[in-house]
Design a protein around this ligand. Structure first.
Ligand code: PEP
Ligand code: CO
Length: 464
């Protein structure tokens, strides 16, 4: 049994749902904690700790996602594949924020749409793994499952799941959120000062000219408007920033699932936008059960094995009222598979009138191992999946409302290609990720420019 109080009768929860009803289903990708009493103690402690986000922020995001679904906004979601506790550090956090702000500037300018910014951080500490164990030189140990659960070092002690790590992860998430909120409240995102976001690369980058031109254009527009109105434009220094993570570790998510005064229903208050990963999105699985009862907007990753029927049935369970802004389908098919695998899903959802916001994750279907052993992704494949996804939506008459990316504000060498054409031999130079390879700042900005270019091509009537 578990530490949760199952005697609480939920109000306004879907039929049969409690925050612990997922425990009746098969929960994949969960650690086996050796000490049940220690786990119970930790979950009780977590239930007492303050939440990381508020219900009104969650509902504000839901409204913005509904607008994105209607084509009035574009969503940019990005951050590390896996955060680590040791990366909870001011330079790394502010650089990641800077690259997301730069990308959103490019998108706002090019798409002429407000951008919803969602960080893949402040809680991205649990990872699904393709195998439960890892073997090195004949030694077999449990896999590393993210800093929430165990440690990456290849020793028996480091790989034992330790529930105390959830409390530490909650605290690290709070520290990350606190710093991001303080930066934004302090005017870090102020459009009058995009130079705050310089990452020191502009002078050297092949993309510099295009980016600088955009910044200058926006600066001129702002000054022009302020001259015309005779007053500073408010709100340019204040933006919304939301957080997200894969809500994989269900005991943790359950502990942060709360009711709040003057609101009906239950909220996951560990993050604004939790998502279910591709490996745990079974219709009858524990993750689907848990997600159906929370009021947050929710993301579901859809891989190439998902059938149109599965996508429809999942949407009926997770969005029974067919509401806008509730369900985000994040497709990650792999370059070359989009026409075959994505188009039937788009057509089925459209035909049945099922609502969702469509997002593209061009990263996870394009992971490969280079001949020198590094896990990498080719920029060309990422670009191809972005372009093919826009084309598939245009053909189906559906709308691609956002992009989900693994990126960092550092000059890492984890993905090959891009404006600087990183080669296999470059990977060794600065490869830091503990799980998946991320776009570096320049490659990230290049994707933002690519989205703008592709969108404007589609908007142009064909010359023929
Ligand atoms: C991820 O987003 O890091 C991930 C594991 O994705 P997916 O579930 O799509 O494989
Ligand atoms: Co990943």
């Amino acid at each position: 049994m578990n530490a949760q109080d199952r005697s609480v009768t939920p109000v306004n929860a879907p039929e049969g749902w409690t925050r612990s009803s997922w425990r009746e289903r098969t929960a994949l990708q969960q650690p086996q904690y050796p000490d049940a009493a220690a786990l119970d103690g930790v979950l009780k402690e977590l239930q007492q700790l303050p939440p990381l986000v508020t219900s009104w922020e969650v509902l504000a995001l839901r409204k913005q996602l509904a607008e994105a679904e209607a084509g009035k906004r574009f969503v940019l979601q990005g951050g590390d594949c896996a955060e680590s506790f040791s990366d909870c550090e001011s330079g790394l956090i502010s650089n990641r924020l800077k690259v997301l702000l730069q990308m959103s500037l490019v998108l706002v300018h090019g798409l002429r749409l407000p951008v919803v910014r969602i960080g893949r951080f402040a809680g991205q500490y649990a990872k699904p793994r393709s195998t439960d164990t890892e073997e090195r030189d004949g030694v077999i140990l449990p896999s590393y499952r993210g800093d929430f659960i165990n440690q990456p070092e290849f020793t028996p002690e480091a790989r034992i799941p330790d529930p105390r790590r959830m409390v530490k992860g909650h605290a690290r998430s709070a520290l990350t959120m606190n710093f991001v909120r303080a930066l934004i409240d302090g005017g870090f995102a102020d459009l009058h000062h995009p130079e705050y976001w310089d990452l020191g690369w502009l002078a050297k980058s092949p993309l510099a000219e295009e980016y600088q031109k955009m910044v200058a254009g926006i600066g001129d527009a702002v000054r022009f408007m302020e001259t015309v109105t005779g007053a500073p434009i408010d709100n340019l220094n204040r933006i919304d920033f939301y957080t997200s993570h894969e809500a994989l570790l269900l005991p943790y998510e359950e502990s942060l699932t709360r009711q709040v005064p003057r609101q009906w229903g239950w909220f996951n208050l560990s993050t604004h936008f939790p998502w279910i990963g591709m490996r745990t999105a079974q219709l009858d699985g524990a993750h689907t059960e848990y997600f159906r009862g929370i009021r947050n907007p929710i993301g579901i990753k859809l891989g190439p094995s998902v059938t149109p029927d599965q996508a429809l049935r999942l949407s009926e369970v997770l969005n029974p009222q067919n509401e806008a802004g509730r369900l985000v389908y994040i497709h990650r098919m792999g370059a070359g598979k989009v026409a075959d695998k994505l188009s039937p899903l788009l057509e089925a959802m459209k035909r049945e009138g099922r609502r969702c916001m469509w997002m593209c994750d061009p990263m996870h279907g394009n992971t490969e191992t280079a001949s020198n052993g590094y896990k990498t992704r080719r920029f060309d494949n990422i670009r191809a999946e972005v372009e093919q996804s826009f084309d598939a939506h245009a053909a189906a008459g559906t709308r691609l409302g956002g992009m989900h990316l693994e990126l960092t504000g550092e000059n890492v060498t984890e993905c090959m290609g891009g404006a600087r054409d990183l080669l296999e031999a470059d990977l060794v130079r600065d490869y830091r990720t503990t799980v998946d390879p991320r776009l570096n700042y320049e490659q990230s900005l290049e994707i933002a420019m690519l989205i703008v270019r592709k969108q404007s091509q589609l908007a142009q009537p064909s010359a023929f």
